[in-house]
Design a binder for this molecule. Structure first.
Ligand SMILES: [Zn+2]
Length: 234
């Protein structure tokens, strides 16, 4: 059986002698691992279309372990030349793709995450990578169901005060005053909490792509690195 699918290439790697393994984020089926048979042969028409961050239309045939890409047609190449030569943007797009590969289960439809990734790819070509990447990362984990707990204590479920609060990456969110005494956590200020809450509440919406000053960029980036290492990297 064959079917047509639309999606974005997240990663590609060599497979056997002539083939490519493609990690594909499809519009209707979420993340998929696919094979492009013979794509590395000199005469293949497939490989040019299956570059990372291309939006493509593919024809898929069912396979035993992997579904196979029969044909591919590029719809949009998100990475203009400016992104390819800017190592920070280049690195940020790889990080974003790697995160999706890590957090998404196979063949589960994720329309909001698909749209989020498209928005990310459009925005990164016009904006600074350090601003766009952390906004993407927090939204992606929230939409994938790994949201930080910000409305109650992540340890005991009690209420958290206003003003300066403690965030514990190992517990996955804010700590109340009682729980701070016992454990880990780092102080985050009102402004930082506000930006985090905004992202949790607006993930997947246009309003989530806010302008960040230097402190907030660094804050979101560092906190994400910690949160990620506790909750996703394992
Ligand atoms: Zn508590």
């Amino acid at each position: 059986m064959t079917r047509n699918l639309e999606g974005i290439v997240l990663k590609k790697r060599n497979w056997r002698e002539n083939d490519l393994e493609i990690i594909f984020l499809s519009k209707d089926w979420g993340k998929m691992r696919l094979l492009a048979i013979g794509a590395r042969k000199f005469k293949s028409k497939l490989s040019g279309h299956l570059e990372p961050f291309n939006e493509v239309k593919i024809m898929l045939a069912d396979g035993k372990t992997f579904d196979k890409i029969g044909q591919a047609v590029s719809l949009k190449n998100f990475l203009a030349q400016s992104v390819l030569i800017d190592w920070k943007k280049n690195w940020a797009t790889q990080e974003a793709a790697e995160l999706l590969n890590k957090i998404l289960p196979e063949k589960q439809e994720e329309p909001k995450i698909y749209q989020l990734f498209k928005n990310f790819l459009s925005l990164i070509s016009k904006n600074e990578a350090q601003e766009i990447l952390p906004l993407f990362q927090w939204q992606a984990v929230v939409l994938a169901g790994f949201s930080p707990i910000l409305d109650q204590c992540a340890n005991c479920g009690g209420s958290v005060g206003s003003g300066e609060v403690n965030f514990s990456s190992s517990k996955g969110g804010l700590l109340c005053e009682k729980c701070i005494v016992k454990g880990d956590g780092q102080k985050i200020n009102n402004q930082e909490l506000k930006v985090l809450r905004h992202l949790v509440l607006n993930s997947g919406l246009k309003t989530a792509w806010i302008k960040l000053n230097q402190e907030k960029k660094v804050f979101l980036e560092n906190l994400f690195a910690q949160f990620y290492s506790y909750h996703i990297l394992k």
